[in-house]
Design a protein around this ligand. Sequence first.
Ligand code: CA
Ligand code: CA
Length: 699
Amino acid sequence: MLLPVFTLKLRHKISPRMVAIGRYDGTHPCLAAATQAGKVFIHNPHTRGQHFSTSRVFQSPLESDVSLLNINQAVSCLTAGVLNPELGYDALLVGTQTNLLAYDVYNNSDLFYREIADGANAIVLGTLGDISSPLAIIGGNCALQGFDQEGNDLFWTVTGDNVHSLALCDFDGDGKKELLVGSEDFDIRVFKEDEIVAEMTETEIITSLCPMYGSRFGYALSNGTVGVYDKTARYWRIKSKNHAICIHAFDLNSDGVNELITGWSNGKVDARSDRTGEVIFKDNFSSAVAGVVEGDYRMDGHIQLICCSVDGEIRGYLPGTAEMRGNLMDTSAEQDLIRELSQKKQNLLMELRNYEQNAKAESSGPLNETDGQRGIIPANTTLRTSLSVNLGNETQAAHAELCISTSNDTIIRAVLIFAEGIFVGESHVVHPSIHNLSSSIRIPITPPKDIPVDLHLKMFVGYRSSTQFHVFELTRQLPRFSMYALTSPDTASEPISYVNFTIAERPQRVAMWLKQNFLFPEDTNIQSAPFQVCFTSLRTGCHLFIKIKLSGEITLNTDDIDLAGDIIQSMASSFAIEELQVEADFPVYFEELRKVLIKVDEYHSVHQKLSADMADNSNLIRSLLVRAEDARLMRDMRTMKNRYMELYDLNKDLVNGYKIRCNNHTELLGNLKAVNQAIQRAGHLREIIFMARHSGSCL
Ligand code: CA
Ligand code: CA
């Protein structure tokens, strides 16, 4: 079994995800981690007695080998690494909601300290694309910014939502790194410098990303999912009821391939095979894991995997030796596996006995009451499933609907549905009360986003008196645009916003694409071109017109710029379109944007006025203080008292002014986010062309 080669217990708490290792003097690896009350500690076990004392750094009163760095604000991201290759040692980078500090720990000096309007939720350090110098890239309120060693922002772009995770990875295998961005809108976006080249939609906020090797990378979601992607394809994933705090790639079994190491909220650390997700090693801490990093902490030439818990426990593991042949777990884990397998064997044997008995009963004549109880149903029983749109009523909102029915008088006792991103916990069980059992069942389905989803169904079929049931299993795909109902164009008003493009496909193929991606009533007949179809969004009630001309010219009328983008993307991938000329106009949308920009301007000028007021007030405070002090020296207590009363009032005004400033700042941030998202959306129509071209070259 693989045991830690060292264990330390620091007397400082560690904030989750805020852990990094750096060689701040170019030689000795030191652990840096954010701790409570706006401080970062640096653990230096290598050079005892070397202490710093400047305004930022002081020695920990708890431990002699720990220095503390004062940030005076909650730390929201932290990393360490080479920012200036000429220095020969690592920089420490600490981000907060308002600033980014690049710190030279060795010389006790700031490399730079920058104000960050959009906050720093995530940070990654390294080279991006063709930009020659290493960048400290931070992600915040819809914005991405990359700084060089002097604090110049050489990289800036916007993304769809608040950024939660970042990683650098050579996604397309051209030897240069792309930026992976995980955000609050469940998307993983891949940036080739400032251009989006791929976008993968997940089912929850992407909390962590890490490069594995080549184009393969690990990811973690806020719902306890971890997994591995290779380019745009998901390799595997698992879902736990605990939260994955951090992930890291490390070759723990020495087979030359990195495993995905995950640190969990319940104190577990596990290593999973990059190919299968199978656990090859696990260990437990007594508190939640805060960070997983790697470094040669013992300075003996071997890199250790280093795991830290929120309580300050640090364990280092060396990769398994050749003699262990990849068996990193102890024998009790093996026994667990044997127990699990024999349970499986028992279950299968029971199932086999049932089949044998059923076969015997079937050959002995027609069905009777006891056969029904044992779950025997007519051999020709089949299940029919269909998907449709239900417009809802006063008590139920409009939704997509799955209808399942049996081909005879058998009843459906229960239905289990497994589908990502639709149900809480990814599964849904429908079991009608005993009085409502029938041979058909309707299940409402409300996908929150327009993405195609596989519905994995298990249906229990039998009779009312049955105690055992026959289980039917099948998978149906819910079309991407299932939350749109076909509407008569006469009853709908045509949106003025539109996208126009021409594709070299026969109109019949476009009709087929429509049938695959929307839910049509069964009797719908799409005539030959030119034709138009009109849909109503079940979520917003807005209309969508799709018009197809014989020439292949297609016009989409919708005020929803995201929907237009999604439809073009879906067509582009169905028809393998590599390049598409798109003409678009969204006047309603741009009018909204114009209003937001005016607001942003207003908030900016209020901000400037408030800042000027504050500067005036500080001058006034200085003079009042001087005059109060003069009065004290003259023993003129009355004047002194009056001056202090004035100061007191001024202080109250300042506090009020500060509150207004804070509110103003919050409003400004909200509006800036809207602007950032607008820029991204407008870019989306353009990116589609690029993405289509890109995926073409991938194939
Ligand atoms: Ca690349
Ligand atoms: Ca390995």
